[in-house]
Structure formats: structure tokens, C-alpha cells
Design a protein around this ligand. Sequence first.
Ligand SMILES: *Cc1c(COP(=O)(O)O)cnc(C)c1O
Length: 398
Amino acid sequence: MSASTPPSGRAAKAADYVARTRPVVPPIYQSATFYLDDIAYKDIQEGGGLTEHWYSRFANPTVDAAAAEIAELEGAEAAMMTSSGMAAIATTLLTLLQGDRRRVVAARQVYGDTRDLLVRDLPALGIAVTMVDAVDLDAWAAAIAEAPTAVVYAEALSNPQLDLTDLAAIAGLAHEAGAKLVVDSTFATPYTVNPLAVGADVVVHSATKFLSGHSDVIAGVVVSDRETTTEIQRRMITFGGCLDPHAAYLVWRGLQTFDVRLARASETALALARRLEQHPEVTAVRYPGLPGYAWRETAEKLMRPGRGGAMVAFTVRGGNPRALAVMRRLTIASEATSLGGVETLVSAPFNSSHFSLSEEELVANRIEPGMLRFSCGVEDAETLITDVERALDGTVEP
Ligand SMILES: *Cc1c(COP(=O)(O)O)cnc(C)c1O
């Protein structure tokens, strides 16, 4: 506690608890508000209260601890936590689209709720939205050149088809047009790529996924330079999507094992992808670590060598009914939406994350019938792979 005047009464008691201990992990500051003193007043008046701990919607020490770790992972100047990944995305877009160029050019291959935000909510606010195929550079260039644009938006590695956007190339296009590149790097994670290092201006994550890593918390984060982060933080304060200190603690704790979890899951994902390629009942495998990956050159340019990440998508012969049958026979991987936890989760995008898309839209987004999405956990790889093979074999029509 930074007291210019010694605390008294209740304040003295609370300060004493903190002063007498030196915890190894950041305490959960489950406090909505903090005692004010002359130093706090001065900071609030000079800095808008964005850094001083005086009210937890603005800033909280446990929330700051999680943000600092993620800023480091992304090699960024600053980061700020939000109540969910969608809060991070919406708050970022609504901040950057407040100027006179109220237009965003976005990838078509995006998370389902991001898609709803882009096709329904932003246009309802008078913001122009153009969507393009994430892997078609000519389409990006044409769309960006069409009209003054404030934001270019893409997922580094798309959900669920694992298309890899050439972030370096579209950062160039965005900057030439005076726009900012915002990247959702939830699927790729800082284990495989740091979008800021290849030209992105803002990175957003659903920290619900790999960053926290235990499927036990909903959280989001925005990472950028200090000035941009502060601008977005001001809107987070007025829109209200702050992270709860207890949730922030869970994110912080998950982050302590981020590298080991990802190393293990990434290794498993590569082994799974390789074995699936050999399986007669699998017609396509999408994984950035495979030599046959469609965007291999981009992967070599953007991603760290030998790191394909923990997500694998593959297509089962026989379409969606067969894919569902395979999924239901699995005993190690569990059928659930979401990803990035220590347990392997599997989903069929057509009936979960992308259920709102028509058949034509699914095909246009390269989500072919029979596609399954795997988020590899930290289970024994051989046990997991054998289970998938058994499920595939067990559903072959005699
Ligand atoms: C889950 C997810 C989101 C939304 O995050 P929440 O924490 O659920 O709000 C956004 N983008 C991607 C790629 C996701 O996987």
C-alpha cells in the first residue's frame, strides 16, 4: 500500500495483512475497491486512474499480474484483461472504429460469435464490414483499397479449418492504407506465433482457451503498444467488461505451465495428424506441422520451427453422420465445444461452433462434411491416437 498518510482503523488492519506476508503467487485481491490516499488521488487526476488501484473495474493487482505475463508471452509493451474473449474483440473493434473511417475489412473464416458481431452488430451501429477469404491476398488488397478503412481483422490460424493468414502480408496492406491490423491469435497461441512481431498492431485472445489452459474460466486479453492498449482500456472501463480477480488468478496460474502444456499438446497433435494421414477412413488432415499443409510457406514464414500447435482438423469419409458416429465412439477425447484445456476435446463444427452457417456457407469456408476438430490435451499420445483409430475402424460399414 502506497500510503502518504499512515492508514488508520480498518485500513491499517487490511494493510497489515498484506505487509506481513510475501506470497510466492499473486494473492487474489478480491476487493472491489481500495483505500484512497493522497498518492492515489494524484494518480487518478493525472492518469485517469488507469493504473492506480482504486476501483477494480479500472485496475486490480491480480488482474494486472495475469496481463503482465501475457504481454511478456506476446513480446508486447502492454496487455489488458477482459471478462471474455468476445469482450476483448468487441471492445477493441468498437474503440478502433470510433473515428471517421468506420469500416473494417475482415476474414470470412472467423469464430462464430465474431462473425455475428461482424455481420449483425457492427453494421447495426453504422459500421461498414467487408469480409474476404483469409488466404486470398488479392481479395484482401482489393477490399482494403475499396474505401477508407480503420481496421483489418483476421485470425492467425482460423477456426476450425486451420487456414493460416499471411499476417505479414496483410499487415503491409493495412498499414499502406492507414489501417490497424487486429489479430485473434487464440488458435495459434504465442507458442507458435507472435503476431505483433510480424506487423500486427493489436492481438486479442480468448484466454479461456490455451492461455489459461484448464477449461475452468472465461477470460479475454488485448495486447498492443501502451498507447493503443490504454485507448482500448478506457472503453473497457465504460463498456464494463473487466475481468474478475478470481478469474484472473486462474488465468495467471494456467500461464505458469503454458510452455510445457503447449509443447506436449503440440507433439501429440503432430503424431495424431501423421497417423490420421495414413488412415484409409480419413480423406483430409489439416495441421500446420505436416509437410502437405496447404499454407506451408506461410507457416515457415510466421510460425516457430517445429511448432504446429495443438489443434488438428480432419475429415472422415462418409460425411457428417459418420463423423458423429466416430466422435461418439471416442473414450479418451470428450465431445465438447471450446478448446485449449489439458483434456482433449473434439467437436464437429457443423453442429457446434458453425451451426448457423448454411451448407453452401460451410463449403465456401472450407468446412467440408465429415470434418472434426481436435484440441489436443496432455494425455498420453499413443493412448489418444489408438482411441481415435479404434473409433474410425469401429464405424466402417461391413
Ligand atoms: C473461444 C473463442 C473466442 C471467444 O472467446 P470467449 O472467451 O468464449 O468469449 C474468440 N475467438 C476464438 C478463435 C475462439 O476460439
